[in-house]
Ligand binder design. Structure first.
Ligand code: SF4
Length: 332
């Protein structure tokens, strides 16, 4: 990975933000694209927000991108482009939590701060046979303190990288390589044959179901689109006219609802109704479809603006919508 052994805090920060909630295989291409286009924090800070968001398209969890822009601009204007050099100052930056702060502090400056991610907690839980759930408040505190105690203080960068790599490649979530593991003799989970038991999780996550119906309203070669400003999923990304329903709704019925008529009126031609799309987010299941219509007269839906077909590709949309674009290629 290009960020392994990296000492530039900007590049470490970029890789860590991209890799939050993203698989390495997927994140790698994004990291390379960002670093190529914006090789320094000053270049990133000077770039237009739309272009930065466009590059993020498909990666999800867009609040990360929003924080990336805010932090790059803060460091450039307030700190003269110099990334802070202490754990506490790094932790104060927008979008940076204890894990990312420890990663930047130790990898860039070799400061004695232990990283505590899923890999680290799994290794510790198995090795010491710890039953405290890793996703509980008590668990997070316990594992953070233990990791900090175990850290080899003058070799923080190597130690952190080693334990994370060990978790990712040897003490893996599924089928860990116990038979060839160097820690086998001392490992509590291995000795007691309880590897599958660790790490323990509370799993309190309840997934919310949402039904989104997008009206792809076309008028003279342009579409009504707006930027999502509210504090919700996909903030700062664009979308078509949205009707959110509390349950699955037949399109015929939806076209008769007051909500639809109030926004669109009755002068339109139904061109197409897409299949049902589904996207699984960490806390939400998103389902819905796209209703493509052609408007007979100009309407003024609040907050939306008409964007020419040819300019649509410059805007960033959530994956839910880009998947629809890909399916409709050449038809929209
Ligand atoms: S013996 Fe198995 S469970 Fe224990 S640390 Fe090694 S890989 Fe992980």
């Amino acid at each position: 990975m290009p960020w392994k052994g990296e000492k530039d805090p900007y590049k470490i920060w970029m890789s860590e933000i991209i890799l939050q909630q993203t698989r390495v295989e997927q994140g790698l291409a994004y990291y390379n694209r960002y670093i190529k286009k914006y090789p320094t924090i000053k270049k990133l800070a000077a770039a237009p927000e739309t272009a930065i968001f466009k590059l993020w398209e498909g990666l999800g969890y867009y609040s990360r991108c929003k924080n990336l822009v805010a932090t790059a601009r803060f460091i450039t204007t307030e700190l003269d482009g110099e990334f802070p050099g202490t754990y506490d100052a790094i932790l104060k930056l927008k979008g940076i939590g204890p894990y990312t702060a420890a990663a930047i502090a130790s990898f860039a400056y070799n400061l004695p701060h232990a990283v505590v991610d899923g890999n680290v907690m799994r290794v510790l839980a198995r090795y010491f046979g710890i039953s405290t759930p890793i996703d509980s408040t008590a668990g997070k505190k316990y594992f953070t303190e233990l990791a900090q105690k175990l850290l080899v203080k003058n070799e923080a960068a190597h130690y952190n990288q080693a334990i994370m790599d060990f978790g990712a490649t040897v003490c893996k979530p599924q089928q860990p390589l116990c038979t060839s593991c160097v820690l086998q003799k001392e490992c509590s989970a291995f000795r007691e044959n309880k590897i599958a038991k660790y790490p323990v999780k509370e799993n309190k996550l309840v997934k919310k179901e949402r039904w989104l119906y997008y009206i792809v309203a076309e008028y003279k070669g342009a579409y009504f689109v707006k930027k999502r400003e509210q504090k919700d999923i996909w903030q700062n990304l664009h979308e078509f006219i949205l009707l959110e329903m509390d349950k699955a709704t037949e399109v015929e019925k939806l076209l008769e609802t007051e909500a639809f008529i109030n926004v669109i009126g009755k002068k339109y031609k139904l061109l197409d109704v897409s299949k049902t799309y589904k996207q699984q987010l960490t806390h939400q299941t998103i389902q819905g479809c796209f209703i493509h219509i052609s408007l007979g007269k100009l309407i003024r839906p609040e907050g939306y603006e008409l964007i020419d077909k040819l300019k649509m590709s410059q805007l960033a949309f959530p994956r839910f919508i880009t998947t629809y674009f890909a399916d409709e290629k050449g038809r929209l």
